[in-house]
Design a protein around this ligand. Sequence first.
Ligand SMILES: [Zn+2]
Ligand SMILES: [Zn+2]
Length: 456
Amino acid sequence: MDSFSLKPWTVVFDHEDWVQLNDHLFPGDGEEHGAVLACGVVDDGGVRRLLVREVHVARDGIEYVPGQTGYRALTPEFVVRCAARCSGEGLAYLAVHNHDGTDSVAFSRTDLASHERGYPALLDITEGGPVGALVVARNAVAGDIWEAQGRATVAETLVLGANRTRLLPRPGPTPAAASPQHHRQTLLFGHDGQALLASLRVGVVGLGGAGSLLSQALVHLGVGELVLVDDDTVEESNLSRIVGSCYTDIGRSKVLVAKNFAHSIRADVRVQAHEHSVMDASTAASLGACDAIFLAADSMQARHVVNAICNQYLVPGFQVGAKVSSDKDGHITDAFAVGRVIGPSGICMWCRNLILREQLALEALSPALRRQARYVEEVPAPAVITMNMMSTAFALNDFLFRFTGLHEADNLQPRRYHFLTRAPVVEASGTSPRTCLECAGRKAFGSRKRLPVAQR
Ligand SMILES: [Zn+2]
Ligand SMILES: [Zn+2]
């Protein structure tokens, strides 16, 4: 197999793994070093991603040694051990080594010859792989990925930190000038930034007050494709908050109202309208193929599923919310808006106790059982468009500055604004226990693990 006939892959790292790999490859000695990555896989035909779950560094002189044909190589024992680990976990195997250079990198002929000798057998051991290799320079990554059906390159490598950085095998072409519509914002993040936004597929879960603001802003910004998810219809009481809705929309699907509004702003935006709950398995899978997901739904089920997707598919998530609390006499004691980054380099809503277990269990019951189980009748929560605007502004700015690489902050802690006291609050980000099944447990498994969605 010498032709790269299959669609290229994208490799995705969370920031911590990327730093660990780079510390190993570039300790400052100018030498070559090696490692193996165990990766989850997303391959839905259109989107092909290898998601880094584990980094296994090869110890110099023990597991990465002078080679018989190449300069240095992983020992057969190390390769077999890592391949067995990948195969046992249902993960893809990627060998990594480094080359000199900064903005361009490519395999040597010796590298490629060793792939041709080794990877057919490795494909058998791992039962179809994919298997392959990355070669990493300071600011560039190239790849050679083998599958049962053929061979493919790695078009881009993403690192999800406070900024989402993109590494290519060599500098890409200069992007075309953005449309006049986006002239003023390209003065901030350039034609590169605008081209990036146009290439993104962004999910919005919940198209109520907050979700409608998110969808509207994403279209104005020039995002290429939206995946809108909501199984609800517009009610009269929604008209105070759903931007783009009017009286004639009462009774219509919220996602279709949002889709029409999106097209009235920009005719070329692509919209996938899912008139389903996020608990629907194929809807959840569509979100796994997004570049970012905004969570603007109140239910614990939506939090649970989206939190799982962000961790399992390494998709940056942005949760928005607004809450009003009152004392037993009905006096308002607090009103705040919050924006939280979830998933890679963000928080896990599960180990931060933002997914209330009892309510989650209640939501899983049938409507009749739920009525029986509920002691207090649920009353509608207060909701005001201005509070939604605050939370969505937090989330949209985090998304925009992260994706266009403008953040100087090194973390993405959740932020709140308390309306009564006018006090801004940064929630501590904390660390997640390695034992959490929802973040550590699901991390980067991709489509090879089941999501917590409804059974078919
Ligand atoms: Zn090499
Ligand atoms: Zn967790």
